[in-house]
Design a protein around this ligand. Structure first.
Ligand SMILES: NC(=O)c1ccc[n+]([C@@H]2O[C@H](COP(=O)([O-])OP(=O)(O)OC[C@H]3O[C@@H](n4cnc5c(N)ncnc54)[C@H](O)[C@@H]3O)[C@@H](O)[C@H]2O)c1
Ligand SMILES: [Zn+2]
Length: 353
């Protein structure tokens, strides 16, 4: 079974990827902590599908299990839910050596990850991601946090889990549009670091366990080299500069992150071609795989609103504009670019969508 070790400044932890491994959750958790209690945080949808299986496995390993089910959706990444979790951790008598188990998508992972990071200045955290996006992206890298009424992810912490447990089988219940959303990130990994992964998606070969392993390896390696997000991690932002701007202009509830990133990747490929850094035809290949997964590849939103929003993206470094371009499929670079050149390329790509 692929077991990947993530090495961080705060210790190493295993990432288990295997079909059916949810049944072994209890063994993994009890081997990862000194305490005897596990507090499972999940959301309504995941609770009805997988909570009882998770609880059964944890109990059969001798752990005393508590759980809290939050409403599904981004609105649960809130101060109210965080406060509810603190209260329930307190009543369950959770100590620093007990486990908080995040069973769900990125929302549950970010919320309970931050609760675990901050309660008693940090209790053990086990991530059990159940969406494709959470399995290949949000459960790995140690970013946790919640939203505030005035913006997304404004409060949070870098906090590494004791283990990540990825069961591809849970994706069988994920709606197709959620699967596509995660596939946008998978395609991104292929674009920036893994031509073989990209080609296998192009050919429609679909071994989920293999795909997950490739993506998780890329994310752990990139994050390992840049744990606190100051350099190489920028590569993971391929397609995200235009993507974030589109999400903002469309309004977060009107487009998914994956859809926005899909459009952003086509833009980045075309702009890279105009800059002379990306080979001709790269955009056509990226477009084709995205369309296979029913992801959008163009936008009808306002051109100048997107560009303005791009310029205010917080990922800008020291006044200069850095953009992630592809030198080829499988090889991305962070490239400095003048604002005027960026605008020319963006306008040209936008007008020829
Ligand atoms: N921490 C990070 O590094 C990082 C990275 C990317 C995104 N994020 C965050 O992740 C969040 C989005 O995550 P998400 O896309 O997983 O959303 P999500 O957690 O809201 O899950 C999407 C939906 O799928 C349902 N669901 C989850 N697993 C399921 C399953 N196996 N079967 C059926 N339904 C299931 C959920 O109940 C929910 O309705 C955002 O808040 C974003 O900010 C964090
Ligand atoms: Zn993303």
């Amino acid at each position: 079974m692929p077991e990947i070790m993530a090495n961080t400044n705060n210790g190493n932890y295993p990432i288990h990827i295997k079909t059916g491994i949810l049944r072994k959750l209890g063994q993994i958790v009890s081997a990862s902590i000194k305490g005897k209690k596990a507090f499972v945080v999940t959301d309504e949808n995941v609770a009805s599908l997988y909570l009882s299986e998770a609880v059964k496995s944890l109990e059969s390993s001798g752990l005393k299990v508590f759980s809290c089910t939050v409403p599904a959706g981004e609105s649960s990444k809130s101060l109210e839910m965080l406060s509810l979790l603190y209260e329930q951790f307190y009543h369950a008598g959770i100590s620093r050596s007990d486990a908080v188990v995040a069973l769900g998508g990125g929302v549950v992972g970010d919320l309970s990850g931050f609760a675990a990071a901050s309660y008693l200045r940090g209790c053990a955290l086990i991530q059990v991601p159940t969406t494709l996006l959470a399995q290949v992206d949000s459960s790995i890298g140690g970013k946790t946090g919640i939203d505030l009424p005035f913006g997304k992810n404004l409060v949070g912490a870098f906090y590494q889990p004791k283990a990540v447990v990825i069961d591809p089988q849970v994706l069988s219940t994920l709606p197709r549009n959620r699967m596509s959303e995660g596939m946008a990130e998978v395609i991104k990994y292929g674009c920036i670091r893994d031509e073989m992964l990209f080609e296998s998606i192009e050919k429609g070969l679909f071994d989920l366990e293999w795909i997950l392993e490739r993506c998780v390896r890329i994310k752990t390696t990139v994050v390992q080299n840049d744990e606190f997000d100051t350099g190489e991690r920028m590569l993971l932002n391929f397609g995200h500069t235009v993507g974030h701007a589109i999400e903002k202009v469309a309004g977060y509830s009107n487009i998914t992150h994956g859809e926005a990133v899909a459009i952003g990747m086509v833009f980045a490929a075309r702009m890279g071609i105009l800059e002379g850094i990306t080979p001709e035809g790269t955009d056509v290949r990226i477009r084709a795989v995205l369309e296979k997964w029913s992801l959008p590849v163009s936008t009808g939103l306002d051109k100048s609103a997107i560009f303005e929003s791009m310029l205010s993206d917080k990922k800008r470094l020291s006044g200069k504009h850095f953009y992630v371009f592809l030198q080829s499929i499988g090889q991305a670079v962070v490239y400095p670019i003048e604002k005027d050149t960026l605008k020319d390329h963006f306008d040209q790509v936008f007008d020829n969508q």
